[in-house]
Design a protein around this ligand. Structure first.
Ligand code: SAM
Length: 321
C-alpha cells in the first residue's frame, strides 16, 4: 500500500512509503503499525487529530477513522491539520496541548466571571454583526453562542479538548488550524476571533484566510489582549513578570491597519483575583512561566500574582476589517 505524508510527518518518515499488508485493516490499526515501524514519529502519529486522512482521494471524518478499512490497493495520505513550517508547527503543538489541558479550568473561570462572554459581546457589537452564518475561529468551549443565540455558528479550533466542550453549543465544530481554513471562498457572513488571533504564530495568514472565506460585505473581527494595567503601568512588569506574546499586540495593530481595518481599545476593571484565576488556566500560565510543569506554574502564579495591586485594568483591543 502507498502512504504519503505531508509536513512534519514527511520530515520524520519521508514523503512516501510502501508497506505490504497481509490483510485488510482499519485506519486505527494502520496507525498502530506505522508507530511500530517509525518510532521517530510516534508522538505525531499517536495523535490522529494532528492529521486528516484521505483514502484514494476521499477525505475521512475523524469519527470514521476506526471503522474505515484499507488494503494493499489503497493510497492513504496524512494531511496535517496544523499548517505551517516546522517552527510554527511546534509552537502550535504546544498551544494545542496547553488548551487540551485547559477545558475544565477554562469553563470554571468563565462560569465564575463571564469574562470571555463580556469580551465576545463587545466584539460582536463592535463588528456590528447581529445574526448570520459565521465562522468562530479558535472557538474554544463555544462561548460565542452566549452572544449570538440565533446565528448558525461553525466552530474551528486546534484543541480537541476545547472542541469537546463546544460541540453541544455550536452548530458544527471541527479541528483545524486558523492559518489554513478548509472552506470555499465567500462562505461566511462573518469570521470572528474572540481572544484567539494573538495566539496564532502567523496571524497574518489567518487574517488573509478569513478575508478569503468571508463573503463580500461580510465582516472579519476579533479581540486581542494588550495587557493588565494599574495606574497606567503594566501591572505584571511592576512585579517582575512578563506575558510572552505569540503574536504581539503591537504587530496586530500594524497588520489590521495595513489591511484597512479599524481598531478600538476596550478596558475592563476587575480585582486581582480575576488575573490570578485567568493565569491559573494551564494555557494562560504558560505565557508567564513557559517550560515548567503545570503544578510548578500554578504554584508560581499563586505566589507571584498575590503581589499585584487590588484593582486591575484588563486592556483588550477590538478589530474589524
Ligand atoms: C483564549 S481561547 C478563546 C476561546 C473562545 N474564542 C472564547 O472566547 O472563549 C483561544 C482559543 O484559540 C485556539 N487556538 C489557538 N491557536 C489556534 C489555531 N492556530 N487555530 C485554531 N485555533 C487556535 C485555542 O485552542 C483556544 O481554544
Amino acid at each position: 500500500m502507498k502512504i504519503k505524508f505531508i509536513g512534519l510527518l514527511a520530515s520524520k518518515i519521508g514523503k512516501e512509503v510502501e508497506i505490504e499488508l497481509s490483510k485488510e485493516i482499519t485506519l486505527t490499526e494502520l496507525i498502530e503499525e506505522l508507530v511500530r515501524r517509525f518510532p521517530q514519529a510516534k508522538d505525531e502519529l499517536s495523535d490522529p487529530h494532528f492529521y486528516n486522512f484521505s483514502v484514494n482521494g476521499v477525505l475521512i471524518k475523524h469519527d470514521d477513522v476506526p471503522k474505515t478499512r484499507v488494503s494493499n490497493n489503497d493510497t492513504v495520505v496524512f494531511i496535517p491539520a496544523i499548517a505551517g513550517g516546522s517552527k510554527s508547527v511546534k509552537v502550535k503543538g504546544v498551544i494545542k496541548k496547553n488548551f487540551d489541558e485547559s477545558s475544565t479550568t477554562y469553563t470554571m473561570f468563565e462560569e465564575k466571571y463571564g469574562f470571555f462572554t463580556s469580551l465576545a459581546k463587545d466584539m460582536v457589537e463592535f463588528a456590528n454583526f447581529k445574526k448570520g452564518f459565521c465562522l468562530d475561529v479558535g472557538c474554544g468551549t463555544g462561548i460565542l453562542r452566549n452572544v449570538l443565540p440565533d446565528s448558525e455558528i461553525v466552530g474551528l479550533d486546534i484543541s480537541i479538548g476545547m472542541l469537546k466542550e463546544a460541540r453541544d453549543k455550536l452548530d458544527h465544530v471541527l479541528a483545524g488550524d486558523a492559518e489554513h481554513l478548509p472552506f470555499k471562498d465567500d462562505s461566511f457572513d462573518a469570521v470572528l476571533f474572540n481572544a484567539s488571533i494573538f495566539l496564532i504564530p502567523n496571524a497574518d495568514l489567518a487574517l488573509k484566510e478569513s478575508l478569503r472565506v468571508v463573503r463580500d460585505g461580510g465582516v472579519v473581527a476579533g479581540s486581542y489582549l494588550v495587557g493588565f494595567y494599574h495606574n497606567g503601568r503594566n501591572a505584571l512588569e511592576t512585579i517582575g513578570l512578563k506575558h510572552r506574546e505569540v503574536f504581539p499586540s503591537k504587530k496586530l495593530d500594524e497588520l489590521v491597519e495595513e489591511m484597512g481595518g479599524e481598531i478600538e481599545p476596550f478596558s475592563y476593571s476587575g480585582h486581582r483575583d480575576v488575573a490570578l484565576d485567568f493565569y491559573s488556566v494551564p494555557a494562560m500560565s504558560n505565557a508567564l512561566f513557559p517550560g515548567l510543569s503545570y503544578e510548578e506554574r500554578l504554584r508560581l502564579v499563586r505566589e507571584k500574582l498575590s503581589e499585584l495591586p487590588d484593582e486591575i485594568e484588563f486592556v483588550w483591543k477590538m478589530f474589524r476589517i
